[in-house]
Each structure stands twice: as structure tokens, then as C-alpha cells.
Design a binder for this molecule. Sequence first.
Ligand code: 5AD
Ligand code: SF4
Length: 479
Amino acid sequence: MEPEENNKVILEARQGEALKLENPPVSNGKKLFLESYGCQMNFSDSEIVASILYKEGFSTTEILEEADLIFLNTCSIRENAENKVRQRLKTFKKLKQKNPGLLVGVLGCMAERLKTKFLEEEKIVDMVVGPDAYRSLPELISEAEGGQKAVNVILSKEETYADISPVRLASNGVCAYISITRGCDNMCSFCVVPFTRGRERSRDPESIIKEATELFEKGFREVTLLGQNVDSYIWSGGGLKKELLTEEQKAASTNFAQLLELTAKIHPDLRVRFSTSHPKDMTDEVLHIMAKYENICDYVHLPVQSGSTRILEMMNRGYTREWYKQRIESIKKIIPGCGISTDIISGFCSETEEEHNETMSLMEWAGYNFAYMFSYSERPKTLAERKFKDDVSPEIKSRRINEIVNLQKKLSEEKTKQGVGKIHRVLIEGTSKKSEEMYSGRNTQNSVIVFPKENYKVGEYVNVLAERCTPATLIGMVV
Ligand code: 5AD
Ligand code: SF4
């Protein structure tokens, strides 16, 4: 779920960009500068933060010099994600000299990982707030205004912010993200997320459906249900985990397939997407629901991480190469033409040349539409850091990731070319980045298509005949 480095970037334009909301009903005269890094979940969390501060009377600004309060919502997934935040903090020093009342807060995964250590390491930070502590922001801000350093990094087993209606930031008014679970219980050996976002918990389906319905009524036409592992979504009234439920409770509970169906039923014109699926948990039941509803997009993001069974075992992913291939076969059988994307980590501890080639051959076999590709980055406290040596040299890591990226470029290009000459149903999302005269949208498989605007409007569905393409974009006209 994390757009960064050498990958297909959906949120690139939003990375590290200040987010803006309307003026609050009752203003406290103060301005917030809110910047987010990392995955869609972080962007979704920033909308919760904005909602909480909006009620407190804060307005937002995109001009740093105007800010009374700066919040960075941070990411810890790889070392360079953290380095970016540290670089950014450096640029705030001068601002603080000019405006001593300025407060700087660090939110999200890096705050959770470093806790009070952050205050020692980065002197300009006034507040450190973990992802489950955003409700306490008003008090923390008051503390910081009183000259104290303010910290809340308590992780919760229950917090889902279900009752907080997010303020849609940097939104095109058409597509929105809805968090359905928080945290992760999977403990992949490379991953810091279970430490920074805590235990997995599911959100009340009623609040999810209410949020999606309200979005549709406001004119939104696409929702993406978000979770670290959406397939493990389960609601049984009290948010209990599957293992703890009696048979009776299980029968009465809502699983991901059922939640997906409820969302699809809101309106046929509301597109439904979701991310991220986990190969060990993705069921055929989910795939059949996708096939049953026209408005659930034919697109699955199914991170493989590695094509080698030995490496997958070291990664604690809970599946083998064969199991993964069988999941892809199910997708292709139940949803012909489904778009498929993946995440890959290259150069994990002890990865051999042969195992690297296994990843490449799996990529070819699967024929991914897109991939997010990363070099392994050792993270403190993870199982891999404690158990294995990060022993693939930087030179080999860099050569392998290049090979992987180049192969994916070829595969993506092939997939895009296959779309030429075909008619695609496209939801218009906005003006194309490259041309004022063109609109941009996506087809059900998540491929971007641009076409002349004519008299169509953002938020409408159109049928577009793709006439030609660049490596990653289809170009056509409405028919
Ligand atoms: N090093 C490199 N990539 C990582 N990811 C998670 N942890 C690491 C790490 N330590 C990648 C995985 C995951 C995606 C969100 O980020 O591919 O699916
Ligand atoms: Fe990290 Fe694995 Fe959980 Fe994804 S499923 S957040 S990679 S521990």
C-alpha cells in the first residue's frame, strides 16, 4: 500500500504536499499545515486528524510561513521514508526562529516507533503522536502551547475512529478512501507495521456503509476500502478476532466478502475498490462477489513479496510460490481480464541469484499490470532484524531491483497495449496532468485513460475507445 521509490505511483503528487480543507465554522484564528507521507492509510488518517482539528477551529494553509501549527504524518516502512521526514524537519528550523510560537508535531508510524526518543533526536519537535492517539490532539496541542513537550503513543486494541467523519483532503470530489481495519497481526518478518500500528481491529460495518452512502450522496463515485489485510476483516459486534469467536458468533458476523457486497449494493454507480489483499487469506468467496457486481472493479492488489518459497518462509508470509500461483489462477478463472498488481521486496536476507530469478519468472508468469518494487530495508525490532543478517550487498540489491523494475516496465507496457482498440468504461476523475483539453480517468482494471473533454463532466461515466497508448496510459475518445 505504500507508494514510494521506483514504483507506479498513484499518490505521488500528494506525497509531502500540504493538504487543504475549507474554513471551519467557528475559527480559533490558527492555521494548520498538514503534510502526509507513505501509504493510503496515512492519507486516510490525515483526514481524521483534519476533522478533529476542524472542530477545534483550525483552518488549513498550504503556505508554511503562515502556519501556527505544522503536522507531519510520517511513514517508517523503509529507512529512506524516515530520512525524508528528517530532511523535512530540518527546513522548519528557520521558521521556528522567525516565529517562536510555531508548534511542530510528528504523527503516525515514525512517532510510534521512536516515541520520546524523537524529542531527544529532533529538538524542534513539540508533539509526538501515534496513530491511535489522534482523539487526544486538542489536549496535546494545549500542553504544547503551554510550553511543554506533548507525547501520546499509546496503541489501542479498539480505536477505529468509526464515529469520526473524515474531512476529504486534496480530493477530486469523485474518489475517496475508507478505512475498514486498522493495525496488522501478520508479523511478516521484514515489516515494522505491526509495531507502529498495533493489533488488527475491524470497524463496525454500519459506520462504513454510512460513510460510503454519504459520500455517494455528496457526488463521490468511487470508494476504496482500506486495510493492511482486508481479507481478515471480521465484525462480530464487539470487534473480536476470528479465533475467539464461537460458531454461533461466526455465523452472525460480517466478513470481508459480505462487507464488499453491502458496499456494492449502495448504488450501481458507486465503484468499489479495495486494498490490500493477502494471498494467504484471499478467498474465492471474495472473488465471486467481485464477479457478481458490475460496480466492484476488476482489480486485485495481491503482494507476492518474493517468488521463492524459501524466502517466503523466512518472510513469514504464510504461503508458498505454488499457493500464490493458485490464487492468481483463481482470480483469472473467476474474473477473466482482471487487473492484478503486486508488491515485491528484492534482496531480502540471504536471497540467492536463483531465488531472485524465481521472483522474475513469477512476475512473467503472472503478467502483472503494475507493481510496487522495493529493495529490502532492515527495520529495527522486526523479526528479520533480530534473526537474519541483511547480507545482500548494496551493489547486488541495486542490480536486482533494476532488473525487476525493467521487467515490470515491459509487462506493464504489454498490458497497456492490450487495451488499445477496445472500449473501456471510464469514471472521469479530473483534467489530465499533461493537457488542459483532456480528461483523465481509469477503467475497471485501474489503467489510466485520457481523452478529449468535449462536454462531459467530472464524476460521469463514459465509454472510451482506446486508440493508442504510451507505456502506462491509454489515449482515446468517447464513443
Ligand atoms: N523493506 C522493503 N520493503 C518493505 N515493505 C515492507 N517492509 C519493507 C522493508 N523492510 C514493502 C512490502 C509491503 C509494502 C507496503 O512495502 O512490499 O507490501
Ligand atoms: Fe506488514 Fe505483512 Fe502486515 Fe502487510 S501483512 S502490514 S507486510 S506485517
